[in-house]
Design a protein around this ligand. Structure first.
Ligand code: MRU
Length: 352
């Protein structure tokens, strides 16, 4: 199993604060930011200093600790401390609506608060330990996803990916890029085609950055080029991450993923999702129930602060789309590869 050579931990608890890689300035600068307060964490998630479904899950868990530390200083009764902390935890969940991992991790912290029999100091300590546990588990889960996924990568394959589902979208190693890392460790003749991923260019800015750091051959293409290379026989499979997967296998991921999946189906190229079980939201039956985040128009109208279109033009900017389950060859999880019928395979994996 290969290690991410740079050993980056995208987000890590540091005694009293959360330290994270600032993803808004990559790849020009590689810098860490210290997040020392609850509101600062909310803003870091919203402005995408930290992004990627599993990474914002851990950020949410850290955010609850930061709020708890702040409330601890207010000398409240235990009851009032808990009431206010639960309120703030719910507020944190609203920072980004699509990726379910954020809600999943914050709900874990809320459960811990409600069930704890400790005093305020003890609750803060328990939340901290749980945040660190989620961090460590994330890397282990991604390595398992990587190793299951490596089995479906043919020798010498070219893998197309969209957005960034890598070490920088998680605590480390990555989901879709975890599959790439594990496959590359077995066969160093594989390569990656990375979609640019407008409007925020996570593919260009982040995927090419982390794969190149690991010495994995990577070719950057712009979003409209995938079908062209599929037709030319230059893509063997597609592996992407997910932000929320419904009980029937419909999967939300970065806007543009759906078009890639349709093109892959047309060209008989297998399209895989790589995601931890925490990304599966069994409370929703289909992808129609997934809330799609609307982001600022400026992400579309500007690149690096410069206008790229007529000023005043109409703009729509959904951050995600939903790929219907019929287009998905398999969902690679830490418990193995789920196959259609997803309603059945998802129910089975959660029943274990
Ligand atoms: O808006 P982002 O950058 O947070 O979107 C990220 C994605 O869509 C990823 O593919 C997804 O979160 C999976 S990350 C392992």
């Amino acid at each position: 199993m290969t290690e991410f050579k740079s050993k980056i931990k995208t987000i890590e608890w540091q005694d009293t604060y959360s330290r994270m890689v600032d993803q808004t300035i990559l790849p020009k600068k590689f810098e860490y930011v210290n997040i020392t307060g609850g509101q600062q964490m909310y803003d870091a998630i919203k402005t995408m200093i930290v992004r990627g479904a599993p990474a914002i899950g851990v950020a949410g868990a850290h955010g609850v600790v930061l709020y708890a530390q702040e409330l601890e200083k207010e000398h409240l009764t235990r009851e009032e401390f808990i009431r206010r902390l639960i309120d703030r935890a719910d507020y944190l969940i609203t920072s980004r609506p699509t990726a379910v991992n954020l809600r999943w991790a914050v709900e874990q912290q809320k459960d811990l608060i409600k069930k704890s029999t400790s005093d305020i100091k003890g609750i803060v300590e328990e939340l901290k330990l749980n945040g660190i546990k989620l961090e460590n588990e994330d890397i282990e889960i991604n390595k398992k996803i990587g190793d299951y996924g490596a089995e479906i990568v043919p020798k010498g394959a070219t893998i197309l990916t969209h957005c960034n589902a890598g070490a920088l979208a998680t605590v480390g190693y990555g989901t879709a890029l975890g599959v790439v890392r594990s496959a590359f460790a077995k066969d160093n003749t594989i390569q990656v085609f990375a979609d640019e991923t407008r409007p925020r260019q996570q593919g260009a800015r982040i995927t090419t950055f982390e794969l190149t750091m690991d010495g994995i051959p990577t070719t950057l293409i712009s979003d409209g080029m995938g079908a062209y290379f599929m037709k030319k026989g230059m893509i063997d499979l597609v592996v992407v991450g997910a932000d929320r997967i419904a009980a029937n296998g419909d999967a939300a991921n970065k806007i543009g993923t759906y078009s890639v999946a349709i093109a892959a189906k047309y060209h008989n190229i297998p399209f895989y999702i790589a995601a931890p079980l925490s990304t599966i939201d069994t409370s929703i039956k289909t992808g129609d129930e997934i809330v799609i985040e609307e982001r600022s128009h400026e992400e579309v109208t500007h690149i690096n602060g410069d206008w790229i279109c007529a000023q005043g033009v109409n703009v729509i900017n959904p951050g995600f789309d939903v790929t219907p389950h019929e287009l998905i060859a398999g969902i690679i999880t830490e418990k193995g590869i789920l196959r259609p019928d997803y309603k059945k395979s998802i129910a089975e994996v959660f029943a274990k």
